[in-house]
Write a protein that binds this ligand. Structure first.
Ligand code: HEM
Ligand SMILES: *[C@@H]1O[C@H](CO)[C@@H](O)[C@H](O)[C@H]1NC(C)=O
Ligand SMILES: *[C@@H]1O[C@H](CO)[C@@H](O)[C@H](O)[C@H]1NC(C)=O
Ligand SMILES: *[C@@H]1O[C@H](CO)[C@@H](O)[C@H](O)[C@H]1NC(C)=O
Length: 314
């Protein structure tokens, strides 16, 4: 009996609990009960001043979780010869770090050394989709001590096809269903021309434009992003309702009006295509799936400490 219980519990430990720290909803109930509220208010205040904040925070959390787990490695500044993730190549859209710093400052004055930067970012990402689904965020992440620009090549690229996307997600324990649901993050925000340039100029030797892109949509992108583009921050909104967290993203994919090859690639496998159609016709199905997959992605942990300042290791 004892042997069976021991066997079962070790099986459970290895199959259910991801490596790293165990998370729970009530993690700060005794040590810093106002954690959620303080983060929510910091995000709210920032959004009032700057409508680009929600998309920035959501992408920041995704970026954080995909490199070394959700350990706030994306928040660390470069030090000396070590160039940090935030100064690496796919950082074009990373901004709004100040929102995390504001929340951290307030939390440090209330309960010093208790709330990790990784938890603050995970909470802020939930608050960033306000207007969309809401959910309770499990907490207890620790902050990491390493951030390397060279590791940002581990981020999936917008030029990825479906098998590359699948591989990138499965390496992090995420499924094809998670891939489709989480890509719905592209219902908000903005992209620079560089991220979809491959589809509208010299796509391949036989097509100048990616044939899977709607022709008039491609023309409109070409006028924003001409071949010899000199406008520094030129680009396009992810979708016409780019500040509303809705299922428009999936409707656009079905029309050939998504920005990235990686978005359009979701139609190239039967399983992901079926889900795109399902989410395009049901906001509720999308919301449910998004919440489930966000909790899964944000539970990839990896850190060791609770930083005092989110920009530097202790
Ligand atoms: C599936 C693989 C993914 C790829 C290849 C990808 C790629 C990109 C790229 C290239 C940009 C534009 C950067 C720029 O040009 O400024 C972007 C923006 C964005 N991504 Fe993704 N992404 C992926 C998944 C995700 C996930 C899982 C989320 C969150 C759940 C997410 C949320 C966002 C948001 C919100 C923006 C807009 C950022 C802003 O406006 O500041 N992405 N993504
Ligand atoms: C992105 O990286 C460049 C250097 O590679 C740096 O100058 C810039 O400040 C970084 N952007 C952000 C938002 O950190
Ligand atoms: C995706 O791209 C990789 C690398 O270029 C290639 O080996 C693979 O065959 C492609 N897969 C699909 C489904 O196009
Ligand atoms: C260019 O892309 C199209 C659409 O993906 C494809 O049908 C065609 O075979 C490609 N041409 C070459 C030369 O790879």
């Amino acid at each position: 009996m004892v042997v069976i219980v021991a066997l079962l519990s070790s099986l459970l430990i290895f199959s259910v609990i991801p490596p790293g720290n165990a998370l729970s909803l009530n993690y700060y109930d005794k040590t810093c009960p106002d954690t959620d509220l303080i983060v929510t208010n910091a995000v709210k205040n920032a959004v009032m001043k700057d409508k680009t904040v929600p998309a920035a925070i959501l992408r920041m959390h995704f970026h954080d979780c995909f490199i070394r787990g959700c350990d706030a490695s994306v928040l660390l500044n470069s030090v000396g010869k070590n160039t940090a993730e935030k100064d690496g190549p796919p950082n074009v859209s990373l901004h709004a770090f100040h929102v995390i710093d504001d929340a951290k400052k307030e939390l440090e004055s209330l309960c010093p050394g208790v709330v990790s930067c990784a938890d603050i970012l995970a909470l802020a990402a939930r608050d960033a989709v306000s207007g969309g689904p809401n959910w309770y965020v499990p907490k207890g992440r620790k902050d990491g001590r390493t951030s390397k620009a060279s590791e940002t090549i581990q981020m999936p690229a917008p030029t990825f096809n479906i098998s590359q996307l699948q591989q990138s997600f499965s390496q992090r324990g995420l499924s094809m269903d998670d891939l489709v649901a989480l890509s719905g993050g592209h219902t908000i925000g903005f992209s620079h021309c560089s991220s979809f340039r491959n589809r509208i100029h010299n796509f391949n030797s036989t097509h100048d434009i990616d044939p899977s892109m709607h022709p008039s949509f491609a023309e409109s992108l070409k006028s924003i992003c001409p071949h010899n583009n000199k406008v520094k921050n030129a680009g396009a909104n992810m979708d016409p309702s780019s500040t509303t967290f809705d299922n428009t993203y999936y409707k656009l994919i079905l029309q050939g009006k998504s920005l990235f090859s990686s978005d359009q690639a979701l139609l190239t496998s039967p399983q992901t295509k079926d889900l795109v159609s399902k989410f395009a016709s049901s906001q509720e199905a999308f919301s449910k799936a998004f919440v489930k997959s966000m909790i899964k992605m944000s539970s990839i942990t990896g850190g060791q400490e609770v930083r005092k300042d989110c920009k530097v290791v202790n």
